[in-house]
Write a protein that binds this ligand. Structure first.
Ligand code: NAP
Length: 418
């Protein structure tokens, strides 16, 4: 049966002025929400409850428009990513989603990646910060305060790959060996092949976002994280184009690390952002051993995925790690975690990651007062030691609560603060 989702009548549409780059947000915006697969049906309603409380406490109301992808969409529409869902997110500009399951090896391609590519959400932004009271495996979790800007549309995630034994894989092998003369590199026998496109366009618009963010938020550094020593013409190019943006487009507002030492003896000019670069493998230890030295990270797609999970582990793990995807006048908030199928429907997991993803969305709407309430409400609830199983196992003497109970406690805190 065909199923058509209508925008709620009580809401108004968010619009975007391309000329000025301004988002126009009514007090009752229509916001599409995908609960998602697995634990999505637990954390989705929980996050909604908290975001509603924050909106109401600041004199607004979100008109939620529930849309479907993944398993729920297969039930309704017979397909994983119905065009109706993509259109709703495109038209309403700001949306939030829970996790969607992606089968490994065979089956359909990632719906998350498809959504990001279709809507050209080119920057996946993952802020990693410590909330007081969240247990951590490191001595000073409060030192962690980084924001990862991960390129979201290319790299090995572009989906240009061929399965071993297919004509595509064999044709590419022949082309590489015979036309390009790269012989003796690919072993004989079945080979799976993928391409890793990194473009000047994709790199530069991502790095601009990272630098703009650093300037707007008074951050000290932007670090380009790459593996350019090995992948010279992809990750190395990411580094070079990143520096080119910094040097050519930002004048005195930005200074590169080399210039800082060569011309200024390490003396930092007032209020300038320093752009530096680090190799990705080194960076995975730097975020642990020199946490305080880093602020904003700009990375190709794969590095950013690894790095943001590693950063998140220092401040509470996947249950509390938020994120959002940004494009031109667009935001699709989503947590870092996946659908954790083994916990699906148990009202058990931590909804904080999706709640704090919602906080990013509220900030994007210009509702920073509501966004602050969300953060403060979550933090106050965790400080009370009323936490879900994941944090409870590392807290002495706390009270273990369910997903929905945690959300209600946060909403109560917000109502008390508003
Ligand atoms: P996952 O779903 O993130 O779960 C891995 C582990 O992280 C869980 O077993 C749990 O650890 C912990 N965890 C995740 N979310 C949590 C939460 N809200 N509260 C508390 N703990 C949480 O990763 P996965 O098992 O590798 O992936 C499952 C599926 O999700 C795959 O199909 C994958 O493709 C998909 N995925 C989707 C997205 C997305 O939609 N953007 C992102 C990543 C993965 P413990 O059991 O140790 O407590």
């Amino acid at each position: 049966m065909a199923y058509t989702v209508e925008p709620p009548a009580e809401g108004r549409r968010i619009t975007y002025d391309e000329g000025s780059g301004e988002l126009r947000v009514p007090n009752n915006p229509v916001i599409p929400i995908i609960y998602g697969d697995g634990i999505g049906t637990d954390v989705g309603p929980a996050a909604r409850r908290v975001l509603d409380a924050a909106a109401e406490a600041t004199g607004r109301r979100v008109a939620w428009m529930r849309v479907y992808a993944g398993e729920a969409a297969r039930d309704w529409y017979g397909e994983n990513l119905p065009s109706e869902t993509v259109d709703a997110i495109r038209e309403h500009r700001v949306a939030i989603k829970g996790p969607l399951t992606t089968p490994v090896g065979s089956g359909f391609r990632s719906l998350n990646v498809a959504l990001r590519q279709t809507l050209d959400l080119y920057a996946n932004v993952r802020p990693t910060y410590h909330l007081d009271g969240v247990p951590s495996p490191v001595k000073h979790p409060e030192h962690m305060d980084m924001v990862t800007f991960r390129e979201n549309t290319e790299d090995v995630y572009a989906g240009i790959e061929w399965e071993a034994g297919t004509d595509g894989a064999e044709e590419l092998r022949r082309f590489v060996e015979e036309e390009l003369g790269c012989t003796g590199v690919i072993h004989d026998g079945p080979v799976g092949v993928g391409l890793k496109p990194i473009t000047e366009f994709g790199t530069k618009r991502l790095v601009r976002e990272a630098i703009d963010y650093a300037l707007e938020h008074g951050r000290d550094t932007v670090t380009l994280v790459h593996k350019g020593n090995i992948m010279k013409y992809t990750e190395g190019a990411f580094r070079d184009w990143g520096y080119e943006v910094a040097e050519r487009e930002y004048g005195d507002e930005v200074i590169t690390e080399d210039t800082l030492w060569e011309e200024r003896d390490g003396e930092l000019p007032a209020e300038a952002v320093v752009v530096n670069d680090r190799l990705a493998d080194n960076m995975l230890q730097q975020v642990l051993t020199r946490t305080e030295n880093y602020d904003v990270l700009a990375t190709p797609n794969l590095n950013g995925d690894y790095l943001s999970d590693a950063c998140g582990a220092q401040v509470g793990g996947l249950g509390v790690a938020p994120g959002a995807n940004f494009g031109e006048g667009r935001c699709l908030a989503e947590p870092v975690h996946g659908s954790a199928p083994k916990y699906a429907g148990q009202d058990k997991v931590n909804p904080t990651a999706l709640i704090l993803s919602g906080r990013i969305m509220l900030d994007f709407l210009g509702w920073s007062d509501a966004a602050d309430l969300v953060r403060d409400g979550v933090e106050a609830t965790i400080q009370d030691r009323t936490v879900t199983y994941d944090l409870h196992r590392n807290i002495d003497g706390g009270e273990k609560v369910s997903t929905s109970e945690f959300a209600e406690l946060v909403a109560e805190k917000i109502r008390g603060m508003g």
